[in-house]
Design a protein around this ligand. Structure first.
Ligand SMILES: Cc1cc2nc3c(=O)[nH]c(=O)nc-3n(C[C@H](O)[C@H](O)[C@H](O)COP(=O)(O)OP(=O)(O)OC[C@H]3O[C@@H](n4cnc5c(N)ncnc54)[C@H](O)[C@@H]3O)c2cc1C
Length: 242
């Protein structure tokens, strides 16, 4: 077989693998009875299935749908944010000594602002900034180390002197607290995790992802060809390319 012939055959095989989704008639009838959007159950191709509609799954759905032309589906057994996202304290920070996590934090801070603008869904993002205090040399060294990681992504975080700490927080007695330095992160703040997840979900849908709530994944079978069979309580049986 020629190279082009092999490619065509491979592509045809991939297309066939994508299209193996079966939906039982009863689940469609159930969805009509329960007034659910039945069209969302009628996809015949799924490239990516995400299980769980917390902040992680929803954000994954947004980014994958936006950055690829793949069919993305999210399956949530209850409703979006029903898990620990709903209980989250809501603090967001840029502080982290690891380069990759720090990059993710920086992306997140910018993404939250962008997704609010993009979707019009308010997320309750307040950014008063955060001031971390060092009252011993070990803590100050840790802050300096953290700042060496900041160079990988330019951002407004900076080390501050005890006097600058006082300016930022005039009520503080820096002598009594033995403050020898601090780290100021002006972008840090607080977000309502529920509203944020809903905003990201709106964006994910806008970019083509399908989000199914009240859909619990009950079965995951890895097939010999590397794809997955996913069973749910909605009797939606999906095959996904690994
Ligand atoms: C803005 C924000 C601020 C935060 N601030 C803090 C903070 O200050 N301090 C802190 O400690 N943490 C904080 N967090 C983190 C938070 O506490 C959680 O760790 C985080 O939200 C977990 O998200 P998750 O998507 O991984 O999990 P979850 O939110 O738990 O989502 C998992 C989802 O999976 C679903 N699910 C489970 N099994 C199935 C199945 N079989 N089929 C289908 N669905 C299923 C669940 O119903 C659930 O909705 C914050 C998070 C956010 C978004």
């Amino acid at each position: 077989m020629s190279l082009i012939g092999r490619r065509t055959a491979l592509s045809l095989r991939r297309q066939r693998r994508h299209s193996r989704i079966s939906i039982s008639t009863s689940s469609i009838l159930d969805s009509i009875k329960q007034d659910k959007p039945q069209t969302s159950l009628l996809d015949d191709k799924v490239d990516i299935a995400i299980i769980g509609g917390g902040i992680a799954g929803t954000s994954l759905a947004y980014h994958l749908a936006k950055q690829s032309n793949k069919k993305v589906v999210l399956l949530e057994k209850s409703e979006l944010t029903a898990g620990s996202t709903w209980h989250a304290a809501g603090l967001v920070t840029l502080y982290h000594p690891g380069i990759n996590i720090k990059r993710l934090h920086w992306h997140s801070l910018n993404f939250y602002v962008q997704v609010e603008k993009e979707t019009g869904q308010q997320i309750g993002f307040h950014q008063p900034g955060s001031l971390r205090l060092a009252t011993n040399q070990v803590r100050l060294d840790e802050m300096k180390y953290q700042m060496t990681r900041a160079g990988w992504n330019k951002n407004p975080q900076k080390l501050v002197t005890p006097e600058e700490c006082k300016e930022l927080c005039p009520l503080m007695d820096i002598e009594a607290a033995n403050v020898i330095g601090g780290l100021f992160s002006p972008c840090d703040g607080h977000i309502d995790p529920y509203s944020l997840t809903q905003a990201i979900a709106i964006g994910a849908r806008k970019h083509g992802a399908k989000l199914h709530q009240k859909t619990e994944v009950t079965k995951l079978d890895l097939k010999n060809d590397g794809s997955w069979d996913i069973g749910t309580n909605q009797e939606l049986s999906t095959q996904v390319l690994s």
